[in-house]
Design a protein around this ligand. Structure first.
Ligand code: PBG
Length: 327
C-alpha cells in the first residue's frame, strides 16, 4: 500500500506541534463584554435567560468593569435600561440618562485603560419597543429616526464614549451620526462601530429580557433588520456604512452567519466585529447546565470559529469567563 508523501496527521501528533501550526488563536484582546446598566435599582438583578449576566447598578457596573480591566479585556459595550420610556426614547440622549451617567463614571474610573463603547439605538428607551419613531401607519419612519440617533450619539460622545455603535438598521444612520459627531467636535476622537449586517433574528430573545423590551402589538423588526436568507445584501449594507464613515463594521449574530463574516473579511479591510448574541450564549449555557456538552470547551471552540471566519474581535457575554480560562 502506498501513501502520499504529504501526511497531515504528522503535524497533529502532539499538543506543541498543534500549537505551532495553529492558523488562528483566541486571545483576551479579541473580547468585548456587553454590559447592562439599569436606572432605579439598588442591587444587581440577575437575568434568568442569561445565566451569569445581570442588570447592573452604576456601582456594580463599575465593579464589573474593574474586573474586566484586571482580566485584560480591552473593551465593553454598554446598554441602558431607563426608568422612564416614551414614544421617542428621549432618555437615550438625556445627559443625565443612565448610559450617560454610567459612561462618565467609567471614564473617570478607567481613563484610557478600557475602550468604552455605547450601543446606539432607542428600542430600550421607547414605550413601543421599536428602534425608531413609529408613524400613523405603525411603521418605523427611517428619516425621522435619524435625528434621534444623532442626538444620542452626541450625548454618548460628550459623556465619554470612545465608540458609538448604531444598531437600529436605519438607512443613512452612520452618515447622520458622523455629521452630528463632527459638528459637536468629536471628529478626531469618537469612532463608529456600525452594526452593518444585523439580521432580524430569533437569537435576540434573552437580550429583550435583559433590557425589558417587548415590541408593541406582537411586532417584529423584519422591516428594518436584514432577512436571514441573504448574504449579498450584507455586502451592500457594509459598503454603504463604510462610505458614510463607519470606522469598523459588525456582523450579528455570529454563529449562524459565519459565511457573512468570511465574506465581509474577504471584501473589506476595516476592522470587523462579530456579535455572539444572547440566544447563542443561552443555548450554550443551557446545554452545559444539563451536562450535554462541556461548556468551557464548546465556548472556546465557538469563539475560535468566529475568529477563523475572519472577525477581528467578538462581542460576547462569555468575555470575562473566557478571559479567565485563557489567562
Ligand atoms: C438593539 C439591539 C439588540 C441587540 C443588540 N442591540 C436587540 C434587537 O435588535 O432586537 C441584541 C443583542 C443580543 O441578543 O445579545 N438595541
Amino acid at each position: 500500500m502506498s501513501f502520499p508523501t504529504h501526511r497531515p496527521r504528522r503535524l497533529r501528533r502532539t499538543g506543541a506541534l498543534r500549537r505551532l501550526v495553529a492558523e488562528v488563536s483566541l486571545s483576551v484582546d479579541d473580547l468585548v463584554a456587553p454590559l447592562f446598566v439599569r436606572e432605579g435599582i439598588s442591587s444587581p438583578q440577575p437575568i434568568d435567560s442569561l445565566p451569569g449576566v445581570s442588570q447592573h447598578t452604576v456601582e456594580s457596573l463599575l465593579a464589573e468593569a474593574a474586573r474586566l480591566v484586571e482580566l485584560g479585556v480591552p473593551g465593553l459595550i454598554l446598554f441602558g435600561v431607563p426608568a422612564r420610556k416614551d414614544p421617542e426614547g428621549s432618555e437615550a440622549w438625556n445627559p443625565d440618562g443612565i448610559v450617560q451617567v454610567a459612561l462618565r463614571e467609567l471614564r473617570r474610573a478607567h481613563g484610557s485603560d478600557l475602550v468604552l463603547m455605547a450601543d446606539l439605538c432607542v428600542d430600550e428607551y421607547t414605550d413601543h419597543g421599536h428602534c425608531g419613531i413609529v408613524n400613523h401607519a405603525g411603521e418605523v419612519d427611517n428619516d425621522a429616526t435619524l435625528a434621534l440617533y444623532a442626538n444620542a450619539a452626541v450625548a454618548q460622545a460628550r459623556a465619554g464614549a470612545d465608540i458609538v455603535a448604531p444598531s437600529g438598521m436605519m438607512d443613512g444612520q452612520v452618515g447622520a451620526i458622523r455629521s452630528a459627531l463632527d459638528a459637536d467636535g468629536h471628529a478626531a476622537s469618537v469612532s463608529i462601530l456600525a452594526y452593518s449586517a444585523k439580521y432580524a433574528s430569533s437569537f435576540y430573545g434573552p437580550f429583550r429580557d435583559a433590557v425589558d423590551v417587548t415590541i408593541a402589538n406582537g411586532g417584529d423588526r423584519k422591516g428594518y433588520q436584514q432577512d436571514f436568507h441573504n448574504v449579498r445584501e450584507s455586502m451592500t449594507e457594509i459598503r454603504l456604512d463604510i462610505a458614510e464613515g463607519a470606522d469598523m463594521i459588525m456582523v450579528k449574530p455570529a454563529l449562524s452567519y459565519l459565511d457573512v463574516i468570511a465574506r465581509a473579511r474577504h471584501e473589506f479591510d476595516v476592522p470587523l466585529a462579530a456579535y455572539h448574541v444572547s440566544g447563542e450564549y443561552a443555548m450554550l449555557k443551557a446545554a452545559a447546565a444539563n451536562g450535554w456538552i462541556d461548556g468551557e470547551l464548546a465556548a472556546v471552540e465557538i469563539l475560535t470559529s468566529i475568529k477563523r471566519a475572519g472577525a477581528d474581535f467578538i462581542l460576547t457575554y462569555l468575555a470575562a469567563e473566557i478571559a479567565e480560562t485563557l489567562g
